[in-house]
Design a protein around this ligand. Sequence first.
Ligand SMILES: NC(=O)c1ccc[n+]([C@@H]2O[C@H](COP(=O)([O-])OP(=O)(O)OC[C@H]3O[C@@H](n4cnc5c(N)ncnc54)[C@H](O)[C@@H]3O)[C@@H](O)[C@H]2O)c1
Length: 199
Amino acid sequence: MKKLVLTGAAGRLGSYLREPLTALCDNLVSTDIVDDIGTLYAGETYVKADLAQMDQIAPVVEGADMVLHFGAIVDEKPFEELLGPNFVGSYNIWEAGYQAGVKRIVYASSIHAVGMHLKSDFIGIDAEHRPDTFYGLAKCFTEDLGRMYWEKRGLESVHLRILSCAQVNNTRALGSWLSYPDLIHLVTRAIDTPSVGFA
Ligand SMILES: NC(=O)c1ccc[n+]([C@@H]2O[C@H](COP(=O)([O-])OP(=O)(O)OC[C@H]3O[C@@H](n4cnc5c(N)ncnc54)[C@H](O)[C@@H]3O)[C@@H](O)[C@H]2O)c1
């Protein structure tokens, strides 16, 4: 691919993804709201942009083959604080992606989209949305946004419901753990699988 865009590039998961993503494209455009993300990898450029501002996001997405959407506020916050980055930000990525003819968006969703299911229910990926927070509600919104843009407009997306991608330091955490190498593997497969529709 010629161009991939990674949002949330300054974040924890974004930082692990940047280098492997440069191997998949001529130009990785990393973006975040911070001023600087440090030393860039070969083939990588950095653009500061606020997800909530369409006039900043649209030029970043222009010409991209795919977008890896990992930027967000990552804690539960009052709805008003999440509205811009997590709700409007997702809309901006999908609408800008559609306008630019992007093939696919890979999205970092979360277990919080279905967090009100009981632990004893052992749910699968077909479980209905039952968000446990406004943060989880934004994940539900974005998953539904992805489904709508696929079904009405043919823009593919993969929504990765990550449970916990972090260093593991206790036995209980193993049950929800996604290791960093597995994250890279998962995102790579979400990119190079030929056809995904809405997944
Ligand atoms: N880490 C996990 O275990 C986990 C679990 C489930 C889902 N996720 C999702 O994965 C993604 C990345 O998570 P992370 O752990 O790397 O979090 P992080 O907080 O380290 O990274 C998020 C990045 O988004 C950026 N951001 C916030 N508001 C922005 C805005 N208005 N415009 C542009 N950029 C903005 C931040 O500056 C930050 O660099 C998030 O969408 C998160 O919800 C992570």
